[in-house]
Design a protein around this ligand. Sequence first.
Ligand SMILES: [Zn+2]
Ligand SMILES: [Zn+2]
Length: 383
Amino acid sequence: MGTPNAVARDYYGILGVSRGASDDEIKRAYRKLARQYHPDVNPDPEAQEKFKEINAAYEVLSDDQKRQIVDLGGDPLAPGGGGAPGGAGPFVGFQDIMDAFFGGAGGGAGRGPRPRTRPGSDAIIRLELDLNETAFGVEAPITVDTAVLCTTCSGAGTAAGTHPATCDACGGRGEVQSVQRTFLGQVMTARPCTVCSGHGSTIPNPCGTCAGDGRVRTRRSLTVKIPAGVEDGMRIRLAQQGEVGPGGGTPGDLYVEIHERPHDVYSRKGDDLHCRVTVPMTAAALGTRLTIKTLDSEEAVEVKAGTQPGSTLRLRARGVPHLRGTGRGDLYVHLDVRTPTKLDGAQEQILRDFAKSRGEEVAELSKQGGFFSRMRDAFNGHG
Ligand SMILES: [Zn+2]
Ligand SMILES: [Zn+2]
């Protein structure tokens, strides 16, 4: 076998297995090396060469005919060496590379049956909280409706004393192969078995509680600890409190999404709070003392004489505690100055006298029919 100048490669040595290695040993050795030298994992150009070698060795040793050629001292991949032309092309052993990386468990051609037990999915619930609760934290009782492990069959899905049966349709492989003729020749395709949904087995006597799913839906009550300073829209993750997977698989996580109810007095921006307080014009002019209700208690604050409409008082560290680190946001009190709307005769006179004392001009609107009627008169030339 082989051309005279071709030295047969040591395929057993490349995979590091003995000449008597079983198919399984060869496969294991190949997967291990392929993981180590795959170009996606190992960018070293030498690793690339090594990866090609490993693939070639596996192609040869996993094929009975080619392995026989090797055992007889030949090289099935050498030019004219009696092997298939093309050698270790890019598609050689592709499925096995997939297997090596995606954990397939099947033989040479297939991926094998799909396990019945699969991880569960995550779940999410909304939790409505008041500002006091998001600000200072709370232990909130929640009720979740998720799939949980079926305790009757412990997730197996089978009725007591029974077992799954190998699927007749696929013989337990979980997939059905078919041969199609194309211009490239015969192409083997495999699709999941529809009888067993790819599991390779059926459950002839399903558990009466879960109908074979290994899990049941139920309502559970649990308590979630909400830390101080959470914000609207944040999610708290409770590991493995989500849905149990089919066949009793590991539960997913449960996410609790915080929704903060609007507050009567405060609006929240990050950890700062804002509120509006109305003060009479006279208080704004003369100064006053206000009692502000904070999240914690009540606090007296001073409004300075001559305060303008729209001014803001800042109460440091009276906002929401920071979720990360220490300290708190601030409380901003926005001051609205209210102008009196109904004045009796005496009050009006006082204000007029006050304006006069400051040299401010005040028109006598009430006696002239108001501002707009004066405007009209002015335009009509009656003014
Ligand atoms: Zn089947
Ligand atoms: Zn069950």
